[in-house]
Design a protein around this ligand. Structure first.
Ligand SMILES: [Zn+2]
Ligand SMILES: [Zn+2]
Length: 369
């Protein structure tokens, strides 16, 4: 009798455990609410989030430009500590510090096994396996706790000598931005142009330099971002309000950029990126375009210029996170200057306001519980 009672008691205690989370309640309506703390199922783990951030995508979600279901917890950039491990997840212990990429590939489907980790679950035949995107299709990271799906493939252990704010931005913007340079196949001696110097564009510029670019030319039209990009080591920053950026890139490079990275997702930036290429050059596109995107035939060299156009979505998975952390650990990658503001989870609405208005020179914010 006592044993049964004890069990009932512990069951109800588990059921009552709650957490605070940022919930999407409708367009321009997010609230920090007390909700049930989830329990990991097979293949999952529960982590206690120790640091997270706000992404441009989250702002689109809140504004209703990127529809998600009402009641979803937002956020996809988690750093945390393992609290509970579901059946079938091995090699981890409670208390391990882990980093999880924004997209959590299953590691089993056609896309994953072909090396296209960010396309996991977008394949009709394998839909049941994947399609996991924190704060987009499943509950996200702007909360005290988070369920990690496909935990075995996605939890990268954080070395003890790395602090949360050193690895936070690897989860999304650094993985995405750097992949723009990787997909563009930036090689030693390349001249690379980066269009739009927000956090992702800056990471693309950093990636181009890491891959051996001789010169990185950035383009933006925001005074704070231009100044910031110069501080972050972008060699030349062009202000599109003041100069014809295509002509200027052609003049500086001689015959055009080897690689142009588009990091905004608009028709003008895409076109300017294309027009600034040398024959045989590569346009690497990171922007998410809404509506129609047109490729003007003359900018495309009438199809005769041997251009490559490649697109990339954030590469996730624990191997990617581990490799990016190795770059931080060796001192080759330091993203901390990008974290310009810090907030508590309880102040997240203020953080959203600041971030979406780009006020006070904000680049990225860090959110702690
Ligand atoms: Zn994001
Ligand atoms: Zn997969």
């Amino acid at each position: 009798m006592t044993a049964t009672l004890e069990l009932e008691k512990s069951k109800s205690t588990t059921a009552r455990a709650t957490m605070r989370a940022t919930i999407f309640r409708g367009v321009n309506d997010i609230r920090v609410e007390e909700v049930l703390r989830p329990v990991p199922s097979a293949g999952e783990a529960l982590i206690r989030v120790t640091m997270t951030t706000i992404c441009g995508t989250d702002v689109h979600i809140v504004k209703g430009e990127y529809p998600v279901r009402e009641g979803l917890i937002i956020g996809h950039e988690p750093v945390g500590v393992i609290e509970e491990i579901g059946p079938g997840v091995t090699g981890y212990t409670k208390g391990d510090r882990v980093l999880i990429g924004a997209i959590t590939p299953c590691g089993q489907c056609r896309a994953c096994l072909s090396g296209h980790l960010s396309q996991c679950g977008r394949d009709k035949d394998y839909e049941a396996l994947g399609g996991w995107r924190f704060g987009n299709t499943i509950n996200g990271a702007q909360a005290e706790y988070l369920i990690v799906p496909n935990a075995q493939a996605n939890m990268a252990k954080i070395p003890d000598d790395l602090a949360d704010d050193q690895v936070l931005l690897l989860t999304d913007i650094a993985s995405t931005g750097i992949s723009g340079a990787e997909s563009g196949k930036v090689t030693l001696g390349d001249q690379v142009a980066v269009f739009a110097l927000g956090p992702i564009g800056l990471c693309a510029a950093i990636g181009a330099r890491l891959l051996g670019a001789a010169r990185v030319i950035g383009v933006d039209g925001d005074d704070a971002r231009i100044a910031f990009a110069k501080r972050m080591g972008v060699d030349i920053v062009l202000d599109y309000r003041k100069v014809d950026v295509v002509a200027e890139i052609r003049r500086i490079t001689g015959s055009g950029a080897d690689v142009a990275i588009e990091a905004l997702g608009t028709q003008p930036t895409f076109e300017n990126a294309l027009r600034s290429l040398r024959p045989g050059g590569t346009l690497s596109s990171l922007g998410v375009y809404s509506g129609k995107l047109a490729i003007p035939y003359e900018a495309f060299g009438a199809g005769l210029a041997d251009y490559n156009i490649v697109t990339t979505l954030c590469p996730g998975g624990k191997e990617r996170m581990t490799r990016l952390m190795a770059m931080v650990r060796s001192g080759r990658l330091d993203l901390r200057p990008l974290i310009t503001h810090r907030f508590k989870l309880s102040e997240i609405k203020q953080a959203y306001k600041l971030f979406s208005e780009r006020a006070d020179g904000v680049m990225k914010v860090a959110i702690t519980p």
